[in-house]
Design a protein around this ligand. Structure first.
Ligand code: DX5
Ligand code: ZN
Length: 218
């Protein structure tokens, strides 16, 4: 049995000036998790938020925080983000600081030893095979369906076979992120994904509730 379907709105597309209200509104509308994008201006050409803001989000929320680290050196920031309230903490297999298998395995083990769930993410052009050494060491796999860095980009359908291949080998949380809407979300669910991240599609919708519900439709 695959894990249950989860909808994780990405706060990157919310109104940051009303962060706590947005968190509450999207929870009321049925969000299972909140997806939080952390960017360093190096791994991706954009900057977002750090542990202080993650902590503020945690204080305003009651669902698990799914923190996506788009950083060259995530290994240096595991503890601050777990302390700030990350429930899932996801690092990228391509991160400069994690290029060595031993360091990557150690980073995943550290996330777990601090009491959080360990996630590993791949960019659209990174193969499923790059994750092979780590499948037994992670609770979550995050497949990017756009180049990480910005919300509002078009879904890349070429990643669908990668999701299908990973589902055959991985029974944990299989998450997809980038250009997800009702249509692309359904294609990803059919391929085996059970966690749908959606930023623009939820936060730019007239009704958060309807947008979230549409991601669950059969
Ligand atoms: C992009 C982020 C995504 C982003 C998705 O680097 O990882 O989580 O918020 O935004 P949409 O859903 O608008 O593609
Ligand atoms: Zn993300």
């Amino acid at each position: 049995m695959p894990p249950p379907l989860r909808v994780a709105p990405s706060l990157l597309a919310c109104d940051f000036g009303r962060l706590a209200e947005e968190v509450q509104a999207v929870q009321e509308a049925g969000a299972d998790w909140l997806h939080v994008d952390v960017m360093d201006g190096h791994f991706v050409p954009n900057l977002t938020i750090g542990p202080a803001v993650v902590e503020a989000i945690r204080k305003a929320s009651r669902v698990p925080l799914d923190v996506h680290l788009m950083l060259d050196h995530p290994e240096q920031y595991v503890k601050p983000f777990v302390d700030a309230g990350a429930y899932y903490l996801t690092v990228h297999v391509e991160a400069q600081g994690l290029r060595n298998e031993a360091v990557l395995l150690k980073t995943l083990a550290t996330i777990r030893s601090l009491g959080a769930k360990a996630g590993l993410s791949v960019r659209p052009r990174t193969t499923a095979e790059a994750l092979t050494p780590y499948l037994g060491a992670v609770d979550l796999i995050l497949v990017m369906s756009v180049e990480p860095g910005f919300g509002g980009q078009a879904f890349m359908p070429e990643v669908v076979p990668k999701v299908r291949a990973l589902r055959q080998r991985f029974a944990g949380e299989l998450e997809v992120d980038g250009g997800i809407n009702a249509l692309t979300g359904r294609a990803m669910r059919e391929a085996g994904a059970n966690v749908l991240v959606a930023g623009t599609y939820v936060f730019h919708a007239e009704s958060y509730r309807q947008a979230i519900a549409s991601l669950r439709e059969e």
